[in-house]
Design a protein around this ligand. Structure first.
Ligand code: SF4
Ligand code: SF4
Length: 249
């Protein structure tokens, strides 16, 4: 398991060892004032303190390295993935821009339009199951940190990617869904998916069989333990939401 760099990973815009070795191997740099006006407005509404900064850094993980490297945080905190990501990014900033003014937008309580930022960066294309997809990592990537900072990184160009779903003739994800929740025309029928996931001993309690069936980026697929962790975590929120009406986050 090697740390990826921009030589083999087109989504690695900053390409710094601290980020890459922590598995935070997806990075995009935006000028805050260069963002579309509507997006600037959404960010300002989500966090009024965000706008007076120069740059927005979007940082994610592709593949399994982040999961493996974060294991040392499991015993320390209830939220090892968030805490490990923040620790790694803070160490990175201390190294490259000591004392720089910055503000973390995500993870945090504000609703940050991560998928919109991901689409601007060229990371995100819609898939039939509402999980973002790209032609390098497939669906095996995630947003980990978004922050604004007075940094001077070179703004990154959008990665020139297209949706792999457009040229996927067989669409094996559709047939792999045991609930028939994915349609060519109407995408994910969320209630049908959730109804299937909450039944006792559901085969989608700890995974999404459709996501696993997608051949794109399968060499970067998360380990079984990580897939199980993410899906059981989301399932617990779904169950709570259905029982209490509390919105899942
Ligand atoms: S199997 Fe094909 S249609 Fe389904 S998510 Fe993967 S690339 Fe897209
Ligand atoms: S979690 Fe299961 S039911 Fe839901 S879309 Fe994926 S395969 Fe289908």
């Amino acid at each position: 398991m090697s740390a990826s760099s921009r030589f083999d990973n087109p989504y690695c815009a900053i390409d710094h060892a601290i980020l890459n070795q922590g598995g935070l191997n997806m990075q995009a740099v935006f000028s805050v004032t260069g963002l579309p006006a509507g997006l600037q407005q959404k960010l300002a509404e989500a966090d009024p303190a965000a706008s007076p900064h120069r740059q927005l850094l979007l940082i994610g993980n592709g593949g399994e390295a982040f999961w493996q490297r974060s294991r040392e945080f499991v015993a320390r905190t209830e939220h090892p993935l968030d805490e490990f990501a923040l620790d790694t990014v803070q160490r990175f900033l201390a190294e490259v821009a000591p004392g720089v003014r910055y503000r973390v937008l995500y993870p945090g309580p504000s609703l940050i339009p991560l998928q919109t930022l991901g689409a601007l960066a060229g990371w995100h294309h819609p898939s039939p199951m509402m999980v973002g997809i790209n032609d390098y990592w497939g669906m095996w990537y995630a947003y980990r940190v978004a922050l604004v900072a007075d940094t001077d990184f070179t703004p990154s160009a959008r990665v020139d990617s297209v949706s792999p779903c457009l040229t996927c003739a067989d669409k094996p994800c559709l047939a792999a869904c045991p609930a028939g929740a994915l349609g060519l025309q109407d995408g994910l029928r969320l209630e049908r998916c959730l109804d299937h996931r909450v039944v006792p001993a559901s085969n989608c309690a700890g995974t999404c069989l459709a996501r696993v069936a997608c051949p794109v980026g399968s060499q970067h697929r998360y380990p079984d333990g990580q897939i199980d962790y993410h899906y059981r975590y989301s399932l617990a929120h779904v169950v709570k939401w259905r029982e209490t009406g509390a919105c899942p986050r």
